[in-house]
Structure formats: C-alpha cells, structure tokens
Design a protein around this ligand. Structure first.
Ligand SMILES: *[C@@H]1O[C@H](CO)[C@@H](O)[C@H](O)[C@H]1NC(C)=O
Ligand SMILES: *[C@@H]1O[C@H](CO)[C@@H](O)[C@H](O)[C@H]1NC(C)=O
Ligand SMILES: *[C@@H]1O[C@H](CO)[C@@H](O)[C@H](O)[C@H]1NC(C)=O
Ligand SMILES: *[C@@H]1O[C@H](CO)[C@@H](O)[C@H](O)[C@H]1NC(C)=O
Ligand SMILES: *[C@@H]1O[C@H](CO)[C@@H](O)[C@H](O)[C@H]1NC(C)=O
Length: 217
C-alpha cells in the first residue's frame, strides 16, 4: 500500500532523472513529498559527487564542492558513504575495551565527521534493548560496530519530516593491515597488549535501507 502510494511520483521522477534508480532502497512517501516541483534531484547530484570522491580517495573536503543549488529547504538522500582511516584496536583480553575510529564522508549530503567508539563511549540505545549504536561528532551520523561489520546510520533530511527517518548501510572492512600492540600509549589508546588494524584505503558502501528511526526523540 505504501509502495502503491510511491508509484506516481516515482514514475514522474524516472522521466525527469535517472538518479533515483541508483538508490538501493524504497523512499517513504513523507520523504518523497519533500521533493516537489522545482527542487533539485538529490540523488543525481550525490551519485556524481560520490563517484568523484571515491576516486579522489580521502581528501574529504565536502564543503569545497559547494552546491550549485541554493535550495532553502533542499535535502539530499543518503546514497553512499565512505570511511577514511578506518582503525580498530582489540585488546588481547577484556573485549569490552575495544576501540574503533574513522572519518565518515557522505559526499552527497556533504557530511564529513570523525567517529569514535571506545570504552567510554555511551550507547545511544542504552536501555532500549536495541543494538548499541554510537554517535559521530556530527550526531546526524551514528554507527554500529559489531562482529567485524560496521553499519552506518544517517538521519535523512534532519528536522524536515515529522517522522525521523534514517538510512543505513553496512560494510565488512577487508584488506586491513594489523599488528600487535604492547605499549601503554599505542595510538593514544593507552590499552596495552592487543591488535591494532588499519585500512589504508577508503572503504565505501551504499545505503540499503530507509526506515523510520527507532529513536524518534
Ligand atoms: C552501490 O550501488 C551502485 C548503484 O546501484 C552499484 O553499482 C554498486 O555496485 C554498489 N556498491 C556496492 C559496494 O554495493
Ligand atoms: C588519515 O590519517 C593520516 C595519518 O594519520 C592523516 O595524515 C590523514 O589526514 C588522515 N586522513 C583523513 C581523511 O582523516
Ligand atoms: C573489562 O573492562 C570493563 C570496562 O572498563 C571493566 O568494567 C571490567 O571490570 C573489565 N574486566 C576485566 C576482567 O578486566
Ligand atoms: C572516546 O570516544 C569518545 C566518543 O564516544 C570521544 O569523544 C573520545 O575522544 C574518545 N577517546 C579517545 C581516547 O579516542
Ligand atoms: C609485552 O611487553 C612485556 C614487557 O616488556 C613483555 O614481557 C611481553 O613479552 C611483551 N609481549 C609481547 C606479545 O610482545
């Protein structure tokens, strides 16, 4: 039923642009309504800037490529994301003291923010029974780091919908270079014996779902 409601608008957009076809998720009607006549196609612009960003590797200056649209209430659908300098540390014992950090880049929505998880990080879902997730410095972005898989979560069109929507997508980092640590000040972690892993290449993935956030407040 929700899908049927999308159909007229989706086919309208398909005649205007091919951008939406790149998205790997269905767009809720409330978000589609944000894109009335005259608004820019968010996906086409994010897709083109995302592909140039991934070939340029971790420059990550999203503000440098300023938008040609001066859209007052324009917003962009999260389509792809890239993690730069992805780093993890796992202690030899006491796995509750692990660590992860990376720079998050969504060149479509032009968000660049550091993200860190460590023993002092507070879960955004504490007390809810949901999987622990942690905010990045820009709290429009949060992430879940569990069992070698990173899930990025980006609020869609923040503040512009009655329902808070979020896009999510996952990546299993591969090609990490790992080494043993045995100090008290390894990369500022101060944890001692463990394994430090690092990705020297940017890690990119698509958002694959668009859902109301379980954290509406
Ligand atoms: C992301 O989506 C694009 C367009 O649908 C697709 O070509 C590409 O393979 C996807 N990338 C990944 C990592 O799934
Ligand atoms: C990645 O880490 C290197 C070495 O610490 C640093 O020079 C570079 O600025 C970092 N890149 C990003 C995008 O954070
Ligand atoms: C593991 O680390 C947690 C968090 O700092 C701490 O509460 C716990 O006591 C530690 N457990 C052991 C066995 O060291
Ligand atoms: C630990 O994580 C928090 C965010 O959860 C961050 O503010 C803090 O700088 C981190 N500490 C270190 C040593 O990286
Ligand atoms: C770590 O350092 C301690 C003290 O120097 C040493 O006894 C221990 O063998 C080292 N462990 C590893 C895995 O290198």
């Amino acid at each position: 039923m929700q899908l049927l409601a999308h159909l007229p608008l989706l086919s309208l957009f398909a005649t205007v642009t091919t951008g939406l076809q790149l998205l790997q998720y269905d767009i809720p009607a409330e978000l589609l309504e944000l894109f009335g006549a005259g608004n820019p196609d968010p996906v086409a612009s994010s897709a083109s800037s995302a592909s140039s960003a991934s070939s340029l590797a971790p420059s990550g200056t999203a503000s440098a490529s300023s938008s040609s649209t001066s859209g007052a209430a324009s917003c962009y659908y999260p389509a792809t994301f890239t993690l730069n300098n992805f780093t993890t540390w796992s202690p030899a014992s006491n796995t509750s003291l692990s660590y992860a950090s990376f720079q998050y880049v969504d060149s479509g929505t032009r968000i660049v923010t550091p993200c860190t998880y460590n023993a002092t990080s507070r879960s955004l879902t504490a007390g809810t029974g949901l999987t622990d997730r942690y905010a990045c410095d820009n709290n429009v972005i949060s992430f879940i780091w569990q069992k070698g898989k990173l899930t990025a979560i980006e609020t869609t069109c923040p503040g512009q919908t009655a329902t808070k929507f979020e896009a999510s997508g996952s990546i299993i980092p591969t090609g990490l270079k790992c080494g043993q640590t045995n100090g008290t000040n390894d990369a500022g972690l101060g944890q001692g014996l463990g394994t430090l892993c690092f990705s020297s290449s940017p890690l990119s993935a698509n958002f694959t779902s668009q859902e109301p956030s379980p954290l509406q407040n």
